[in-house]
Ligand binder design. Structure first.
Ligand SMILES: [Zn+2]
Length: 214
């Protein structure tokens, strides 16, 4: 090692010692990027345990939040979270980010050194770094209920055939719209393309194309 380089490193070490602990901590705070892979029809977050550890929140709380936001069932297996749907990795990263903003970061100083206290029925995020208190506002979900319930002509949705109609067509439902799918068997999960919608009734055909809408 060159002398100059050594000097530089020891200088850096000394400078680091002088940094107040909290600032140093703050600058180091990054939520691990979800390590995601698809396994058949499931999406696995391999480093879920690391994410929970970083956020220092109740694992079950984060799990329930993600399942609700992503609209899928799922469960924890060791350090991994298994989601029972094919999901876009970006979508998952966005939800983890919004959880962090809502339930972890102080809105005053931006630091993650917070804890959640219950005051009656209200959750209060209390910052250990700056002392700020704020109620936890659960944001509106990114995908609104109306959007989830929407049935639009030309769009492709993944639906569950819940029943069979009088004429033998498969029957699915999105919100209060009934979708008739000729040739689809009861209990099957299929991708359907909406060919016609009239009020609360719509018609669709089974397609191999991927869903264009949630
Ligand atoms: Zn703060």
């Amino acid at each position: 090692m060159h002398m100059a380089e050594e000097d530089y490193l020891s200088l850096l070490e000394r400078a680091k010692d002088k940094l107040p602990e909290k600032i140093e901590k703050h600058e180091r705070f990054t939520v691990p990027e979800p390590d995601i892979f698809m396994e058949g029809k499931t999406t696995v977050i391999r480093n879920f345990g690391d994410i929970v550890d970083t956020l220092r929140r109740d694992e079950e709380h984060l799990v329930q939040y993600l399942l609700r936001e992503l609209g899928t069932p799922g469960h924890v297996e060791g350090r991994r979270l298994i989601l029972k749907a094919k999901l876009n990795p970006q979508q998952i990263a966005d939800r983890i980010m919004s959880y962090t903003e809502t339930f972890v970061l102080c809105s005053e100083c931006g630091r993650p050194d917070t804890r959640i206290n219950k005051e009656g029925r209200i959750l209060i995020l209390e910052c250990e770094a700056c002392g700020a208190h704020r109620p936890v506002n659960v944001r509106k979900t990114a995908v609104k209920k109306e959007e989830l319930d929407a049935v639009v002509e030309g769009q492709i949705y993944e639906v569950m055939i819940e029943d069979v109609g009088k004429k033998g067509d498969g029957v699915a439902r999105r919100g209060n719209v009934i979708i008739y799918v000729p040739g689809a068997g009861k209990g099957s999960r299929v991708h359907v393309k909406i060919t016609k919608r009239s009020g609360n009734v719509s018609f669709a055909t089974v397609t191999q194309e991927p869903a264009t809408a949630r």
